[in-house]
Design a protein around this ligand. Structure first.
Ligand code: TYD
Ligand code: MG
Length: 429
C-alpha cells in the first residue's frame, strides 16, 4: 500500500461535463496517416527478432529479468552495435558507476567503449540530458533507481517508478528516442516496478534463465510492433552474450539417449526448437513424494503423471519424480506433454527409447488418455529430420492414445537397443 495525495477536486464536479472541451473529429482508420518507420537494428539477431525486426524509433521497451541475468550486458552490446552503425546512443546508468560499466564494456569489445554514458539517478537531470543529447536510442539501467525529487516515495516505489516511466515516455515519444528500460524482477516478482509499467510501455521483454547456467532466453510478453511468440536464445560467455542461432543442434548433440531422455520438438513462437527433456524416477522417502519440475510447468507435470497412471499403466505412486529441460530452457506449451510422459515412462522402466539417435516426440495429452494434435506439426517434424532424428512419436492415425505411444518402449526392447536398460530394471517396472 502506498499513500498518494489527492488533487483538490475542481468546482462543479457533479456536472456530466464541465464545458470548454473541444469536440474531436473521428477519422476512418484507413485514412489515418501512418508513416512507415524504419526500425533500428541492434545487430544482435536474436534480440531484433524478439523485438519484431529491430527497435521502433520513439518506442519504449521494458526489459525485465532477475539480477545478474545479463540485462546490462545485452543492452550495452546493443548500443555498441547501434553506435557502430552510426546511430546516436546514450547509456544512462543509475545502478553502476561509469567505471563499473566501463569494465563490462571492455569485455564486450572495442565498439562498446564508444558508447557515451551518464551515471545519475536524478530524473530531472536525466530528462534534461535526453533533451540536449537527443539520442536515437537510449538505455535506462535501471528504471527502479531513477527518482523524481518532487515525489515523496522512495526510489523503486510504485509511484516513483510510474512517474519516472511516464515522464521518460513523454520525452521518448515527443523526441523520437527509442528507450530501453531495464527493470529488475525478483523470483517472486515482488520488487515494485515492471509490473506497473506493463500497460504503459510498447513492448515488454523478459530475460530468463538460471544464473548458474549459461543459456538465457529472451521472450516478448507484450509487443505492440510484433509477435509475442518469438524467443531468442543466448549463451553467457567470457566476452558477453553470444546468440545461439542453432539452438536445436546444440541441444540435440547434448542429448544423452539414456533412459529418461527424450527430445521434444517444441515451438518457440514461429521457430521450432528441439530440446532434451530428462526425467528421473527414484524411490521416495518423503510423503508426499517429491515432484520437481525444471523448465516445465508443475501443473503440467502433475497432469502428465495422472494421465500416465490412469491411462498408461504407469503409477509412480510414492516415487520421487524429477523432470527438467536440459540447458535451463523453459517450454510452456501443451505440445510438451507427450515428451514428458515418454521420458517419465522410460525413466521408470529404465529403458532407453533412443537408439543411435535420440527419440523425438511432441503432442498434447488429453485427460482421457488421447493424444491431441498441436500446431505446426510439419515444422516440428522437419526440424527433427534436419538434425537426423528419424524416429518421431506424434499424434496421428497410428498413435492416437498415450498407450499406443508408450509402445515405443516395447519396440526399443525388441530392437535390442535397450539391452543395457533392461539390466538396470528400475523398481517401477
Ligand atoms: P549483467 O549484465 O550485469 O546482469 P544484470 O544487468 O541483468 O544484473 O551480467 C550478469 C552476469 O554475467 C554477471 O554476473 C557477470 C556475467 N558476465 C559474463 O559472464 N561475461 C561477460 O562478458 C559479462 C559482461 C558478464
Ligand atoms: Mg545490470
Amino acid at each position: 500500500m502506498t499513500e498518494e495525495k489527492r488533487v483538490a477536486a475542481p468546482a462543479g464536479r457533479s456536472a456530466p461535463t464541465r464545458g470548454g472541451g473541444r469536440a474531436l473529429a473521428p477519422v476512418r482508420l484507413g485514412q489515418v496517416e501512418a508513416p512507415r518507420v524504419e526500425r533500428l537494428r541492434t545487430g544482435i539477431g536474436e534480440f531484433d527478432r524478439v523485438l519484431g525486426g529491430g527497435v521502433v524509433p520513439g518506442s519504449l521497451v521494458l526489459i525485465g529479468g532477475a539480477p545478474g541475468i545479463g540485462k546490462s550486458t545485452l543492452t550495452t552490446a546493443a548500443l555498441a552495435n547501434l553506435a557502430a552503425a552510426g546511430r546516436r546512443v546514450l547509456y544512462i546508468s543509475g545502478e553502476e558507476s561509469a567505471a563499473q560499466v566501463k569494465l563490462r564494456a571492455e569485455r564486450l569489445g572495442p565498439h562498446a567503449l564508444e558508447v557515451p554514458i551518464v551515471a545519475d539517478t536524478d530524473l530531472e537531470a536525466v530528462l534534461a540530458t535526453l533533451e540536449t543529447e537527443r539520442p536515437d536510442v537510449c538505455v535506462v539501467d535501471s528504471v527502479q533507481v531513477l527518482y523524481d525529487p518532487g515525489l515523496t516515495g522512495a526510489p523503486g516505489s510504485v509511484s516513483q517508478v510510474r512517474e519516472v516511466a511516464g515522464r521518460l515516455m513523454r520525452v521518448a515519444k515527443s523526441r523520437g528516442i527509442a528507450t530501453l528500460l531495464v527493470g529488475h524482477v525478483t523470483k517472486e516478482g515482488s520488487l515494485a516496478g515492471p509490473r506497473v509499467l506493463e500497460h504503459l510501455v510498447d513492448c515488454v521483454l523478459s530475460f530468463e534463465g538460471e544464473r548458474e547456467r549459461t543459456y538465457r532466453t529472451l521472450r516478448a510478453l507484450k509487443n505492440r510492433f510484433g509477435s509475442t511468440n518469438e524467443v531468442g536464445v543466448f549463451e553467457m560467455h567470457e566476452e558477453g552474450l553470444v546468440e545461439v542461432e542453432d539452438a536445436s543442434a546444440r541441444f540435440v548433440t547434448e542429448a544423452t539417449r539414456a533412459p529418461g531422455s527424450v527430445v521434444l520438438c517444441a515451438m518457440e513462437g514461429s521457430r521450432p526448437l528441439l530440446v532434451e527433456v530428462q526425467a528421473l524416477v527414484a524411490p521416495g522417502e518423503l510423503v508426499p513424494p517429491r515432484r520437481v519440475a525444471n523448465g516445465v510447468d508443475r501443473n503440467r507435470l502433475a497432469l502428465v503423471l495422472a494421465v500416465l497412471a490412469r491411462h498408461g499403466g504407469f503409477s509412480l505412486g510414492s516415487a520421487d519424480v524429477f523432470v527438467s529441460v536440459a540447458g535451463g530452457v523453459r517450454v510452456d506449451e501443451p505440445g510438451a506433454d507427450l515428451a514428458i510422459a515418454l521420458a517419465l515412462a522410460s525413466a521408470a522402466k529404465g529403458i532407453s527409447v533412443g537408439s543411435d539417435k535420440p527419440l523425438a516426440a511432441f503432442g498434447e495429452l488429453g485427460l482421457t488418455g488421447e493424444l491431441r494434435h498441436v500446431a505446426h506439426a510439419d515444422r516440428r517434424v522437419a526440424e527433427a529430420r534436419k538434425f537426423g532424428l528419424e524416429r518421431i512419436v506424434q499424434p496421428g492415425e497410428r498413435v492416437g492414445t498415450l498407450r499406443a505411444a508408450l509402445a515405443v518402449l516395447n519396440s526399443s526392447i525388441e530392437g535390442g537397443a535397450a539391452a543395457a536398460g533392461k539390466a538396470a530394471d528400475a523398481q517401477a517396472a
